[in-house]
Design a protein around this ligand. Structure first.
Ligand code: MTE
Ligand code: MOS
Length: 712
């Protein structure tokens, strides 16, 4: 019988345990003598702590602060920079900043004690918005200008084309905060284990956690064993943020010599966790007499909040995606991440790209409107092609199959007919968007920073064990990895096991971010499996390994940001059709059609699940996920009755297709796609609504009350 193609769908390895409720999460764990912890946080956005008044603590209860960090330990979390404190000392920079940890055996006693803690402050004027951050309201608190980073990339001379332009169209596009709403809230647990410490954590990157927190207790990363617990969703929110929980619980476990568990409730998770960066993108686009685009001057600012965390890299990705899927002949993109007194912004599916991709798509629609042509007519003139130059003066290596994908989406959605017959302002509209996502770390990061290694173990009991630090968080990685290995070894998938990683047992295959797992780590596993196959008949158990090698011919300069920012991209086209209720201004989505180039899917069902989820998350971002900030109280919409995320009642069934476009360096030709599927639907939705109501839309989200404001 012919072997099935690898992409043929199989039941997910984690389907039954998760769907049946049998799976254990961190909050289900208990160790003998375990204590519970609650965070004590800053109640103000900016100021100095003048006094902390504690109620009398019963026996067995402790309040842990920076003063408990042992001799030689440093009060810092090591992320990309070391600016993030584990515990605030005298100053606070945002509402929710960790001041201490209240620890004890009974959770209800902890809750009562928490209410009795009183902290007094000397309040300082906070900066909340991008504008307030840039103007250093209340005085700069990061450097002299409140900027964590500021850089500019040029393709050609934009000043020259601006001076030659027949006209210059200016535009401003705004995006808001977005909360991850992973089903499982953030959680961490630490305990002494022999000479070392064990940390259990719901996280994407166990090796990041180890590196970040070991220095708090003056130990090396190897002395802290991090074990990922089954993670109920992450979406980037568990990339660096788990350090913020794991650090304090490690200090508490060190001091008390007992297991200490910290689990956020839903309300805490909404109010006091990282969010997607709000953004402001300004365009100055130079047009000639015929309406051709000569060049674009783009200014991108991300609101990074109270600490930098990974904003520098999020911003880079945003800047490198700023001209979208288009070959804009000349461009200048400036990127700044501004410090404000809001909760630190962090990774969120798309990692900076969704903001600028939304901006370029929406700006091009505005240009088309100005030129009185269909946006598709304008956009299709500039689709980037194989061999053409990117915004960083790098090249596109793969065949760009947007034209085929567009044909599929046009046909399925009947775009041509609908875009003609639905008059602007008729209450009906269909919108389109085009997007991509650079796979894996930017530039030479995989080679210079990550240096991934993957290991396989052939056991004597007949099982093959995958030993990597990559994590399953709902995206289907267990299924993908076990399939890749079983396919090479030509064995049934049930003989391949992939337990949640433990940093003392697995190789460091890098973080589970940047949609890199299948494309990078999956390829290493494929190679390790090939090596295993050659030795298959050996009687003893043995290991095989593979190390990452960057494909040649892809120069990148990390100082000047010139060269190939990414070797391969995933690509997407999405159409959304809407009807706007003329009485309530509610938007009813009538159809969602998409096509994606993910190279070759490792499992069609997993890819389908990612497409469905990513698109809905993206539509929520544009349509309803509103998060406002009150300057003295913090985020306003923190429970799920206020922060509205889409349900199956809000959007119709989707139709999606895939194009096969094998990527030579990916396992079986696969590329990254976990974030790609988020990057575009929001722009298609806004394009559709904008046509339906005949108004240019410059900011998301657009709940009905915002549409009402646009219409008056
Ligand atoms: N899908 C689910 N169900 N849950 C998640 O937490 N995270 C996304 C995406 N898809 C996520 C998800 C993010 S932010 C990334 S970077 C990728 O999955 C990471 O996984 P990959 O490398 O396997 O694509
Ligand atoms: Mo994904 S935002 O890179 O974790």
């Amino acid at each position: 019988m012919a072997k099935k193609p690898i992409g043929a769908p199989m039941r997910r390895t984690d389907a039954v345990s998760k769907a049946s409720g049998a799976e254990k999460y961190l909050s289900d764990m208990y160790f003998e003598g375990m204590l519970y912890a609650r965070m004590v946080r800053s109640g103000i956005p900016r100021g100095n702590i003048t006094h902390i008044s504690l109620p009398p603590l019963p026996d067995g209860y402790r309040f842990i602060t920076y003063k408990d960090i042992p001799e030689g330990g440093k009060n810092e979390l090591v992320m990309i920079k070391k600016d993030y404190h584990c515990f605030a000392e005298d100053k606070v920079r945002y509402i929710g900043e960790t001041i201490g940890l209240l620890v004890g055996p009974d959770r209800s006693v902890l809750a009562d004690l928490l209410e009795e803690i009183e902290i007094t402050y000397e309040r300082l004027t906070p900066a909340i918005t991008i504008e307030e951050g840039l103007s250093c309201k209340g005085g700069a608190f990061v450097g002299e200008d409140n900027l964590y980073c500021d850089f500019t990339i040029n393709k050609g001379d934009v000043d020259e084309v601006l001076s030659q332009a027949d006209r210059i169209i200016e535009d401003e596009i705004i995006t808001g905060w977005q909360e991850h709403v992973h089903l499982e809230t953030n959680a961490a647990l630490a305990m002494p284990e022999g000479d070392t410490f064990a940390v259990y954590v719901s996280a994407q990157c166990p090796f990041y956690v180890r590196k970040s927190i070991a220095g708090l207790i003056n130990r090396s990363p190897e002395d802290v064993i991090v074990r990922q617990t089954t993670t109920g969703g992450a979406f980037g929110g568990k990339e660096h943020f788990p350090d913020v929980l794991a650090g304090p619980v490690l200090v508490a476990a060190y001091v008390l010599r007992k297991p200490v568990q910290l689990v956020f409730d839903r309300h805490e998770d909404g109010a006091f966790s990282v969010k997607r960066h709000p953004s402001r993108t300004l365009f100055k686009t130079a047009l000639d007499k015929q309406g051709n685009i000569l060049g674009m001057d783009i200014d991108v600012v991300y609101n990074a909040g109270g600490y930098e965390s990974c904003s520098y890299v999020v911003l880079q990705r945003g800047v490198f995606h700023a001209t979208g899927v288009y070959n804009i002949p000349v461009s200048r993109v400036r990127g700044r991440a501004v410090a404000t007194n809001t909760f630190p912004s962090d990774a969120f599916r798309g990692f900076g790209a969704p903001q600028t991709l939304f901006a370029i798509e929406t700006h091009l629609c505005h240009l088309a409107n100005e030129l009185k042509i269909d946006p598709l007519e304008l956009k299709s003139k500039y689709f980037i092609k194989q061999g053409e130059t990117t915004v960083t003066n790098g090249h596109i290596f793969e065949k760009v199959v947007i034209p085929e994908m567009l044909e599929q989406v046009k046909k399925a959605s009947k775009y041509d007919r609908k875009s003609k017959t639905y008059q602007r302002g008729s209450g009906k509209g269909i919108g389109l968007s085009f997007y991509n996502h650079g796979g894996a770390f930017t530039g030479n990061g995989e080679q210079m920073i990550i240096k991934a290694k993957a290991r396989l173990h052939k056991r004597t009991d007949g099982f093959v064990e995958i030993l990597v630090g990559s994590t399953e968080m709902g995206q289907g990685l267990q299924t993908a990895f076990t399939k890749i290995v079983a396919d090479v070894l030509d064995i049934d998938r049930k003989w391949v096991v992939y337990p949640n990683p433990d940093t003392s047992l697995v190789s460091d295959s890098g973080p589970t971010v940047a949609s890199r797992s299948t494309m990078i780590v999956g390829k290493l596993l494929e190679n390790a499996a090939l090596k295993m196959k050659e030795r298959w008949d050996e009687a003893e158990d043995f290991y095989t390994e593979d190390d990452y090698v960057h494909p040649e011919g892809h120069p990148w300069n990390q100082e000047t940001f010139q060269g190939d920012a990414y070797i391969a991209y995933g690509w997407g086209v999405c159409a959304v059709e809407v009807e706007v209720d003329s009485l309530t201004n509610e938007v009813i989505t009538k159809g969602i059609w998409s096509s994606h180039d993910v190279g070759v899917p490792i499992d069609e069902l997993v890819v389908h699940g990612q497409v469905n989820g990513g698109i809905i998350q993206s539509l929520g971002y544009a349509a309803m996920e509103k998060l406002d900030f009150h300057p003295t109280k913090g985020f306003k919409q923190i429970g799920l009755s206020d922060y509205i995320i889409p349900t199956s009642m809000d959007f119709p069934e989707q139709s999606s297709s895939l194009v096969h476009n094998p990527y030579p360096y990916g396992p079986s030709g696969a590329k990254g796609m976990g974030e790609l599927v988020f990057n575009g639907a929001s722009a298609a939705f806004v394009d559709a609504v904008s046509r339906a109501i005949d108004k240019d839309i410059r900011a998301i989200p657009i709940p009905p009350e915002t549409i009402t404001e646009l219409l008056v």
